[in-house]
Design a protein around this ligand. Structure first.
Ligand SMILES: [Zn+2]
Length: 173
């Protein structure tokens, strides 16, 4: 870590603090040469997680791969870089919470879908249709219909109840 003032290459870490969500480390540093103090924000990498693929093939977890998959699902959707970063971090937090060194790729896929569902419904559907091997087209259509129907159903239900209440009020008068 080069000093921002004198460009000296060695600095001493005075203090290290993990962000509340466990995805960043903030380090206070002091330059060995000019004693200038500065802080750095370093991303915590999930180094020790192995992902086991459907065919049994194993590979180390890689953030870039997750990001690539998400970006593909989010193609032409609108979102900010900050939103995207917090989505990636939320998924990595879910991975960390499992407290395991080995995960099936399908487990990771489920974690991604759980987060994407609330992030962007269209991206969720795209991701799910590729990632989850839907038993058949019907299962996928049901999932899609349920997802699109859910909020409207609630509104209709509330509206009906309100109408009923209005009628009851009129009757009382
Ligand atoms: Zn310096």
């Amino acid at each position: 870590m080069h000093c921002p003032v004198c460009n000296h290459s060695d600095s001493r870490v005075i203090d290290s603090r993990l962000s509340p969500d466990g995805t960043f480390v903030r380090r206070r540093r002091e330059c060995d040469h000019c004693e200038y103090r500065f802080s750095t924000l370093e991303e915590v990498e999930l180094l020790d997680v192995t992902v086991v693929k459907r065919d049994g093939h194993r590979e180390a977890y890689a953030r870039e791969k997750l990001e690539r998959g998400l970006k593909k699902a989010l193609e032409k959707r609108s979102y900010t870089d900050a939103d995207f970063r917090s989505l990636v971090h939320a998924i990595e937090r879910d991975i960390q919470r499992r407290k395991t060194s080995e995960l099936r790729s399908s487990d990771v896929g489920e974690m991604v879908m759980n987060r994407l569902k609330f992030f962007d419904k269209v991206a969720y559907i795209r991701f799910a249709s590729v990632y989850r091997s839907f038993e058949d087209v019907k299962t996928f259509q049901d999932e899609l219909a349920g997802l699109l129907r859910a909020p409207r159903k609630t509104t209709a239900h509330v509206e009906r109840r309100m109408k009923r209440k209005k009628k009851e009020k009129k009757k009382k008068k």
